[in-house]
Ligand binder design. Structure first.
Ligand code: ATP
Ligand code: MG
Ligand code: MG
Length: 347
């Protein structure tokens, strides 16, 4: 096929579209929101995921469909999947749309996660707090990102307030992990089943939002191998096609999986400056059925997100040496909003 459909018109969809263009493909972006981050697609449809006619027209226009975010409603996916392959597949989406399903799946693979409990009501939350202790984190099962939809509980007496803050949304309680550092591994699986990993990066968050990713991560050779092996296990179990982001906690007992993202990932943006084939091209290659790039890193990189007012630093960043700048073309700057990122090359 020669036209790739992308669900979602944010910065990830935009960068996927650029990568697809470089490989000679046409792209068509489906964006249900009011204002896409910046239009680079050869075609753009703005219609809600409930609009069956628009979805069918989109499916008729493309040869394969991928997505930039995992929360596409299942009804829309089922409809699209009737006529066009969706890569990665619906299994990967179903697993990662819900933290309860996701953590259950990961533990089923024999991978370690934070201890967790399903907490459908307040008494269950109180019981879970007894079992897991404090501090603990109450998280919405669905739709959370950038730390939104999470409440930290320091004292069991805060249970009722924390539960009320979820406003009736299904939630899980996670035991607090006293991690040494956070790393992530960006991995890919091709249509013929080959698996390729990029080097793990070390992530620093601020206010729940990714601030920087530093490559290479400070990680023992054994944990570096573990990271790649566990990513491969997840990819194979899901019969996955495309790029997957795996967020990990490094603890004295080894690696814990925090969450997986069935798509290109913010902590993989460094590959744009560090690898011949970056995560966006890697994803497009997988989805299009091409052989994957080798994932090799040729320089050290620090990726920094440009969030909200960080944009004021643009003149200085533009003047900095060894600095690759990516701007998402968002019309409006807001606090906490990702406006772009920079990749600083360290030789
Ligand atoms: P993302 O934008 O990465 O999708 P999210 O809203 O899904 O974020 P998480 O990744 O679950 O949220 O959590 C955000 C951050 O909060 C983590 O990267 C980590 O720093 C911290 N955190 C989350 N869960 C735990 C935990 N169980 N113990 C300690 N810290 C945690
Ligand atoms: Mg998440
Ligand atoms: Mg996360």
């Amino acid at each position: 096929g020669s036209t790739i459909g992308i669900l979602g018109g944010g910065q990830l969809g935009r960068m996927l579209s650029v990568a697809a263009s470089r490989l000679g493909y046409l792209t068509h972006i489906y964006e249900p929101g009011a204002a896409p981050a910046g239009q680079v697609a050869h075609a753009l449809t703005q219609a809600p995921y409930a609009d069956e006619a628009a979805l069918r027209a989109f499916a008729a226009d493309v040869d394969v469909i991928t997505f930039e975010f995992e929360n596409v409603p299942a009804t829309a996916l089922d409809l699209l999947a009737e006529t066009v392959p969706i890569r990665p597949g619906l299994d990967a989406l179903a697993v990662s749309q819900d933290r309860l399903t996701e953590k259950t799946f990961l533990q089923g693979l024999g991978l370690a996660t934070a201890p967790f409990r399903d907490v459908p009501d307040l008494p269950m939350l109180q019981a879970a707090l007894e079992e897991l202790g404090t501090p603990a984190i109450l998280k919405t099962r669905r739709l959370g990102y950038d730390g939104k939809g999470q409440v930290r509980i320091v004292d069991p007496a805060e249970a009722a307030d924390a539960y009320a803050a979820m406003a009736g949304t299904d939630a899980i309680l996670e035991g607090f992990v006293a991690f040494e550092r956070e790393v992530s591994v960006i991995a890919a699986r091709g249509l013929s089943g080959e698996v390729v990993c990029f080097d793990p990066g070390e992530n620093v968050h601020q206010g729940g939002i990714l601030r920087t990713t530093t490559i290479p991560a400070e990680l023992s050779p054994a944990l570096r191998t573990d990271a790649a092996l566990l990513a491969g296990r997840i990819l194979n179990a899901l019969d996955y096609v495309g790029v997957l982001g795996v967020e990990l906690f490094v603890t004295p007992a080894g690696l814990l999986v925090n969450e997986i993202a069935p798509r290109v990932h913010n902590s993989g943006h460094w590959t744009q400056a560090g690898c011949a084939v970056d995560q966006f091209e890697q994803h497009i290659r997988a989805v299009a059925g091409l052989p994957l790039g080798d994932g090799k890193r040729h320089v050290d990189v620090v990726m920094e997100n440009l969030i909200g007012d960080d944009m004021d630093r643009l003149p200085e960043l533009l003047a900095a040496p060894d600095t690759q700048i990516h701007l998402y073309g968002k019309a409006e700057t807001r606090p906490g909003r990702k406006m772009g990122h920079v990749n600083r090359i360290r030789r």
